[in-house]
Design a binder for this molecule. Structure first.
Ligand SMILES: [Zn+2]
Ligand SMILES: [Zn+2]
Length: 243
């Protein structure tokens, strides 16, 4: 946020697709850092049911320090900096989370076993739209959800990099491999979604493996390009995406 030029105190809204650790480990820390930087209004947090407990327990974990800062620095009660909105779609159909000031945000349950409460998100504003797949295995209905999006940010893995990931993380049996195959999408499948959805720009994200010396941009683009002949970018920190 800081490198992109956004002040912590301007933070108003956070969307969380699901509660795997690498999607929420820094959630409490982000709000705490914003709070010590002067955040003095609630931030809207939309996420799966587990996010309420994660927030409550983060506040409890930091209670000693938070109590000191409230008394010593005159900070507002830290717990009030998050306004939790639970995303809970009862059916596979999309639900609307936000409709205000020309912005609509929709969520659709994706397919990320064994996590049940996991979502794709779509943002529409000023005639433009961005869809995030979240973490999901190949989910054909995502193409309808992402229909005609200017940008589709889709997770991706490459078959040729899986052995590297498995060797590096040393879990010792087949369970991690089975999880990756059951719960994530190959880049070629992300391309299929992009093609059917007719998106303007496919951005491959949440790369497995992430190391560019194992799979470089050309490797990712070649795989996605098997099924999608539109524009395809590969994520990197700080990248700007044109709409
Ligand atoms: Zn996940
Ligand atoms: Zn993930």
């Amino acid at each position: 946020m800081v490198k992109a030029g956004y002040p912590f105190t301007g933070l108003t809204t956070i969307f969380i697709t699901h509660c795997h650790s690498h999607h929420v480990l820094e959630f409490g820390a982000l709000l705490h850092t914003a709070w010590t930087a002067g955040l003095d209004q609630p931030v809207s947090i939309s996420g799966p049911p587990e996010i309420a407990a994660i927030w409550r327990q983060f506040c409890e974990m930091m209670r000693f320090e938070i109590t000191i800062r409230m008394a010593d620095e005159g900070r507002i009660p830290f717990a009030t900096t998050a306004k939790i909105n639970i995303i809970d779609a009862k059916t596979p159909d999309p639900i609307q989370l936000v409709d205000e000031n020309g912005l609509t945000v929709s969520a659709m349950r994706n397919d990320h076993p064994p996590v049940v409460d996991s979502y794709a998100l779509r943002f529409d504003a000023v005639g433009k739209s961005i869809t995030f797949s979240g973490d999901t295995r190949y989910l054909p209905s995502l193409a309808g959800f992402a229909k005609n999006s200017d940008v589709l940010v889709h997770e991706a893995m490459l078959a040729k990099g899986l052995d590297h990931v498995l060797a590096k993380t040393k879990t010792g049996d087949e369970r991690l491999k089975n999880h990756l195959l059951a719960a994530h999408s190959f880049a070629e499948q992300a391309g299929q979604i992009a093609a059917v959805a007719n998106v303007g720009n496919l951005v491959l994200n949440h790369l497995i493996p992430p190391e560019r010396d194992i799979c470089n941009d050309a490797d990712w683009q070649a795989e996605a390009g098997c099924s999608f002949d539109g524009r395809c970018s590969v994520r990197h920190d700080g990248m700007a995406i044109e709409l």
